[in-house]
Design a protein. Structure first.
Lengths: 104, 254
């Protein structure tokens, strides 16, 4: 949480809505450990990372869905995925990312 | 304030806490905040699940790792926030200054304690969070509770100071207690501590001679070997060459 808390607090203070994506599980080699976070506000600004940059684009889309009213999502990324060519992890790992709206 | 908001506030304050979130199913997003004393806020929608999750989180928050767990058939993410670990160095010796510098670089908070006031000065230890010129008991009191995220290195080279620091550290919750000295010095120390009333099990906790086997000679190398050992202990590793092992490079969940 420490990685994004300053930006999230600042965004909330100016009235933005914020989604938080958290790495909840990691298999094999992956760049960020469980607990790593990325925050996205309703202006599309981003803070923090959940991988080395390989899946952030897909996470931003999921964050926009959640801020648009969708239920929290548990996303899975990895080489076993059919999306591997689009949003795979080059290091060969797999990660699960939970995306939800941040509510104080 | 919600459990998530409170968790964010605690993380910003560098406090310790765990936030449990249901990550799958219709209740996804439900949260329970767990504090070190066992206090909770929020809930997962089932008191029994709350109790089981709080127990798991209460343990995990000291390992400083966040983890996915299945509790009573529910997929939970246990998110841990924790302050930087503390390295309490007893002994205002040359090694201690280098050790403070290495501790800072690796994200630890070092303290130096020594009753010999002419050595225990802030000028000699610019990287220390605090330099405390006092005997172990008042020094440990000043630092605050020696909790399971506190690591103690005893480097005074003076048996009566070493023994006083070790006696307190070994009976505290400190997860690691290391002591400088040769194997012969450790044998003599063992005798003294036994005579002083410490049990076999308490004395067994001492990591002595302190440090990983780097063949260290200089103060800098010795400090590196000590820092390497505390990092390994924190990560649940023995230390050793990655090229000689087949295991994971990082400790990760599932």
């Amino acid at each position: 949480m420490k990685d994004v808390v300053r930006d999230v607090t600042a965004w909330r203070e100016r009235g933005d809505r914020v989604a938080i994506a958290t790495v909840v599980a990691v298999r094999r080699s992956a760049p960020r450990p469980p607990g790593a976070k990325m925050a996205v506000n309703d202006r599309g600004e981003v803070s923090g990372m959940v991988s080395g940059g390989c899946v952030e684009g897909a996470v931003v889309e999921a964050a926009a869905d959640v801020l648009g009213g969708a239920a929290p999502k548990l996303l899975h990324f990895g080489i076993a995925d059919s999306e591997a060519w689009d949003v795979g992890l080059p290091c060969g790992g797999e990660i699960d990312v939970f995306v939800e709206e941040y509510a104080e | 304030m919600s459990a998530a908001g409170e968790f964010a506030r605690l993380a910003a304050e560098d406090a310790r806490a765990a936030l449990v979130t249901i990550v799958e199913g219709p209740a996804a997003g439900a949260k329970l905040l767990v504090m070190p004393g066992g206090g909770t806020e929020g809930g997962l929608g089932d008191p029994e699940l709350d109790a089981a999750a709080a127990a798991a989180a209460g343990e995990l928050m000291w390992s400083e790792r966040s983890e996915l767990r299945e509790v009573k058939g529910v997929k939970l993410f246990l998110d841990v926030t924790a302050p930087a670990p503390r390295l309490v160095i007893f002994g205002a010796v040359d090694y201690s200054a280098v050790l403070c510098r290495l501790a800072r670089v690796t994200g630890w908070v070092p303290y130096v304690c020594d009753p010999r006031a002419q050595f225990a000065t802030p000028e000699r230890f610019p990287d220390a969070e605090e330099v405390i010129a006092a005997w172990p008991e008042p020094a440990f009191e000043r630092i605050g509770p020696i909790d399971p995220a506190t690591y103690v290195a005893v480097l005074t080279h003076d048996p009566k100071l070493d023994d006083a620091a070790l006696t307190l550290a070994l009976r505290s919750d400190a997860v690691y207690v290391g002591a400088m000295g040769s194997r012969r010095a450790q044998a003599a120390r063992r005798e003294r501590l036994m005579a002083g009333g410490l049990s076999e099990a308490e004395i067994e906790r001492i990591a002595a001679p302190i440090g990983l086997d780097l063949g260290a000679v200089s103060a800098e190398e010795t400090a590196l070997s000590i820092m390497a050992e505390v990092v390994a202990v924190r990560n649940g590793r023995e230390g050793g060459r990655l090229s000689a092992s087949a295991g994971r490079i990082h400790e990760v969940g599932a």
